[in-house]
Design a protein around this ligand. Structure first.
Ligand code: HEC
Length: 229
């Protein structure tokens, strides 16, 4: 019985100390300072194990070349601001993230397609990684995953060529095939893009039902016109 009492008191002391610490304001939540080694280990281990477990039930479709091509415009519009692209650094926003948004070449080699899909669809809590499933159905996400599988070995020129070849595929592609690679250039410069008309939706993406009125995150790292640097 004595052991139980000691244990209960210990738990109570730890709970009170943790609550006191939470209210104290002593913990530094700033994104500009790194996590301590222990917190970093705890968060990244928890995250990796969670993604691994939750992706187990994901059914992976055939991620062929046609699907990868259909995903490049959406990748360019939705992901590069934080993750960068071949020959392209993340935008200012992406450079201030903590934890940072990794180069997805690493994800393409270290994660399974099911895991990449699960992360893209669901996002990761308490990081900048959004849940794209909130606004996109699975048919709109798989082409982006298929494209990420082609990222390793893709240089800046090949990336641009692929964007040009995508010819309006994906709901983020611009309407005119000739300017399919200039998605960012045709945007208003304040971070929102012009959505393609429903007729321009890619054939390989199937039924993309994303709301065309929803604006999404996009930025051109070379466009600093709206900033005063
Ligand atoms: C607003 C910034 C932001 C945008 C936009 C964004 N991500 Fe992320 N993403 C992050 C951050 C931050 C992480 C790191 C999370 C972590 O460390 O747990 C991340 C992590 C990931 C990972 C896991 C990488 C790994 O190696 O574990 C994948 C996969 C991923 N993102 C895919 C995407 C895709 C696909 C898109 C576009 C559809 C996208 N992200 C758009 C911020 C973003």
């Amino acid at each position: 019985m004595k052991v139980v009492k000691v244990f209960v008191s210990l738990v109570a002391v730890v709970a009170i100390a943790a609550t006191g610490f939470a209210y104290s304001g002593l913990y530094d939540v700033s994104a500009s300072s790194p996590h301590s080694g222990l917190v970093d280990w705890l968060l990244s281990t928890t995250s990796r194990a969670s993604v691994n477990r939750h992706a187990e039930g994901v059914q992976v479709p055939d991620l062929d070349d046609a699907m990868a091509l259909a995903g490049v415009s959406d990748f360019d519009a939705m992901c590069t601001g934080c993750h960068g692209a071949p020959g392209q650094e993340p935008a200012a926003m992406g450079q201030g993230l903590n934890p940072p948004a990794p180069d997805l070449v690493g994800a393409a080699t270290e994660l399974t397609a099911a895991e990449i899909f699960w992360v893209t669809k669901n996002g990761i809590k308490m990081t900048g990684m959004p849940s794209w499933g909130a606004t996109h159905d699975d048919n709109a996400i798989w082409p982006v995953v298929a494209f990420i599988g082609r990222l390793p070995g893709l240089d800046a020129d090949q990336y641009k060529m692929m964007l040009a070849n995508a010819q309006g595929q994906g709901h983020h592609a611009v309407a005119a095939p000739a300017s399919a690679h200039s998605h960012a250039e045709t945007s208003s410069g304040i971070g929102f893009d012009q959505h393609a008309q429903p007729d321009d939706h890619g054939d390989a993406t199937g039924s993309d039902v994303a709301d065309p009125n929803k604006s999404e995150l996009e930025s051109d790292p070379n466009d600093h016109s709206s900033h005063t640097h």
